[in-house]
Design a protein around this ligand. Structure first.
Ligand code: CP
Length: 304
């Protein structure tokens, strides 16, 4: 059985195949008829045990544009609330002749655990602070689209690295493709293992921005925060928030990314988030083509 559980488990050639496949699907979804019949014989369950806007809707749209049958499960309205286990929940759904599972879960490693206990392809749509592989793929794809290539680019990931599955998956994906990566943020929000990934910490935001071609501005994840780890929101914004004046004071124009949802006025101001320098909505647009590519490639292996 084939899965996408994390960028840690794939190779650079896999990323390039996903990008080439996404190029085709991006062209398809810009046609008047945005659908292809490729997955008419595949049924996919989207299992969301944690809130989502972009990832959930983007997977559903990607599946429908591939003509798959789709069912959506939200834990909050399910028998999980009555105490049903993850494996029982998923095995009951699979018995309805489901071929593939897309899952978001608050616990790191939930996708790996499920892959060891069920018989279906699994796509990780975010597992706690572990990985968010399709987010990292769409982020690199968006850099490639804006700057022509990812290899050799300087990318800084700014903010709450400690709680961020987006950061970890981006670090793996960017390094696989030959980008130079630094992280920048309060030392209380930088994980101790970061050095073992070969990643440099730049605590000074201005220096980090002066160095980079791309700044990926992460959301401060208040919902995962132990308050004792964290500077106040005002202190965070003073030291690690990006506003127009800071960007205008640099020697060059950099690309601004954000995985969403944005805390406007905390990690970036609205005049930055809504500027031409920002590719935030391009990231969301590219998410559909990337997820079509991932699902199409995994489904091809199921069929064969
Ligand atoms: N980027 C992202 O994962 O957003 P959602 O939580 O809204 O899916």
């Amino acid at each position: 059985v084939n899965h996408l559980l994390g960028i840690k488990y794939i190779k650079e050639a896999d990323i390039q195949l996903i990008f080439e496949t996404a190029d085709h699907f991006k062209e398809v979804i810009n046609r008047p008829i945005k659908k292809v019949p490729s997955l008419r014989d595949i049924t996919i369950a989207n299992l969301f045990f944690e809130n989502s806007t972009r990832t959930r809707l983007s997977f559903e749209l990607a599946e429908k544009r591939l003509s798959a049958d789709v069912i959506n499960f939200s834990a909050a309205q399910s028998s999980v609330k009555k105490g049903e286990t993850l494996i029982d929940t998923v095995n009951n759904i699979l018995s309805m002749k489901v071929d593939m599972v897309v899952m978001r879960h608050p616990n790191p490693g939930a996708g790996v655990f499920l892959s060891q206990n069920i018989q279906a392809s699994i796509v990780n749509a975010g597992d706690g602070a572990h990985e968010h592989p399709t987010q990292a793929l769409l982020d690199s794809y968006s850099i490639r689209e804006r700057l022509g290539d990812v290899a050799g680019k300087n990318v800084v990931i700014v903010g709450d690295i400690l709680h961020s599955r987006v950061a970890l998956s981006n670090i793996f994906a960017l390094k696989l493709q030959g980008a130079n990566v630094k992280v920048c943020g309060p030392l209380t929000l930088i994980p101790k293992y970061i050095g073992t990934l070969g990643i440099e910490v730049e605590p000074d935001l201005r220096k980090a921005l002066q160095w980079c071609d791309v700044a990926n501005m992460l959301r401060v994840q208040n919902e995962r925060m132990d308050i004792s780890y964290f500077p106040s929101t005002r202190e965070y914004t003073q030291q690690f928030g990006v506003d127009r004046a800071l960007l205008d004071s640099l020697d060059k124009e950099i690309v601004i990314m954000h995985p969403g949802p944005i805390n406007r006025g905390v990690e970036i101001t609205s005049d930055v988030a809504d500027s031409k320098q920002a590719i935030i909505l391009n990231q969301v647009e590219n998410g559909v083509a990337i997820r079509m590519a991932v699902i199409y490639l995994l489904a091809s292996k199921i069929k064969n």
